[in-house]
Write a protein that binds this ligand. Structure first.
Ligand code: AQP
Length: 333
């Protein structure tokens, strides 16, 4: 582990179970780049409670998410893997940023608009609006240079950059202004029931997402029911969003180049396309699922591993919080 490598930070919410969109859009990218950086991968439980979560289910989902990170290939001997609420600095820095973030910036966030519209306006928690400020704190707390995420997080990342620049302008150079890193393929996997919506953990439609822990028979059913279009077979000139999404999933798993994809799938009937997408998804998820079950069978070891990571990086967070407090004129011991 080299201290001189630039830090990267990313995280996922422990809401439900991670799906192939989370995997192909973010998690797999983390596993591929982890050794080039000083990586910090967080289970962002404080973000999860911006919408009500059943406490027992949340507690379980935290373990599940951490175990899936490792099962997917995050190396906990190299990368920090921990839970956000283990390190108090996330919340401390978030408050400081809340005080220098104009409300207008938050009102423009499309994810807030989409999620708050789903709820009755008066029951929307303030935390849902402040969510991107906490996300800025997560990243800037570790002075991360690179943030590998899916495309849906681009707007939040731009806000993080704006907050860092504003703080630096108000109080003097303090924070590294981070860059977003999107994957080349798979940055936006869409819902199988509605290919105009990104695949999301919180959809109520059971035919929407393929969870990383789905059984092969269920994966087959889910792809079998996936929306396509009125053509009988793949036509690259006229294909609709549903077919594009199935091809994008296949390509993200296989890593095949565009011309090879076209040569293989042009003219293929949808039944066969779905079969191919099912096969590759099952094959890629199988080893991850096996490792996941091993990790979940020994919770003591899983928790010890999270504690070791948190203990290792807590001093980095404390250093940044102390610096931000001094810069803003707050009391520092
Ligand atoms: N459909 C997607 N395609 C590609 N990448 C995606 N990500 C999420 N959905 C897709 C990426 O996964 C990471 C973790 O996301 P998250 O759990 O923090 O939050 P989210 O974006 O809100 O995920 P969901 O699945 O939509 O959860 P809910 O429904 O609970 O809000 C991020 O890097 C994200 O880009």
């Amino acid at each position: 582990m080299s201290e001189s490598k630039p830090r990267i930070f990313s995280g996922m919410q422990p809401t439900g179970t991670l799906h192939i969109g989370n995997y192909l859009g973010a998690l797999r990218n983390w596993t591929q780049i982890q050794y080039d950086y000083e990586p910090i991968f967080c289970v962002v439980d404080l973000h999860a409670i911006t919408l009500y979560q059943d406490p027992a289910e949340l507690r379980e989902a935290i373990d599940r998410t951490a175990a899936l990170y490792i099962a997917a290939g995050i190396d906990p001997e190299h990368s920090a893997v921990f839970v956000q609420s283990q390190i108090a600095g996330h919340v401390e820095l978030s408050w400081i940023f809340t005080c220098c973030t104009p409300l207008g910036w938050l009102n423009r966030m499309t994810q807030f608009k989409a999620k708050s519209e789903k709820q009755k306006q008066e029951s929307v928690g303030t935390g849902l609006l402040a969510y991107p400020v906490l996300m800025a704190a997560d990243i800037l707390l570790y002075q991360a240079k690179i943030v590998p995420v899916g495309e849906d997080q681009s707007q939040h990342l731009e806000l993080t950059r704006n907050i860092a620049e504003r703080f630096n302008h108000l109080y003097g150079d303090t924070f590294v202004v981070p860059e977003t890193r999107l994957p080349a393929v798979g940055a936006r996997i869409m819902g199988l029931d509605d290919p105009t919506q990104k695949m999301s953990k919180s959809s109520e439609n059971p035919n929407h997402a393929v969870s990383m822990l789905e059984a092969p028979s269920r994966i087959k059913k889910l792809f079998g029911r996936a929306v396509t279009d009125s053509n009988p077979a793949v036509d690259y000139e006229t294909m609709g969003d549903g077919v594009k999404n199935l091809l994008a999933i296949y390509q993200a798993f296989s890593g095949d180049a565009n011309d090879r994809m076209r040569a293989e799938f042009e003219g293929m009937r949808y039944g066969d396309l779905k079969k191919r997408v099912t096969e590759i998804t099952v094959a890629k998820l199988e080893p991850i699922q096996a490792k996941y079950h091993e990790l979940m069978a020994d919770r003591g070891e899983l928790h010890a591993l999270l504690a070791r990571s948190a203990d290792r990086i807590r001093p980095w967070a404390e250093e940044t919080v102390q610096l931000a407090k001094r810069r803003t004129g707050l009391f520092v011991n």
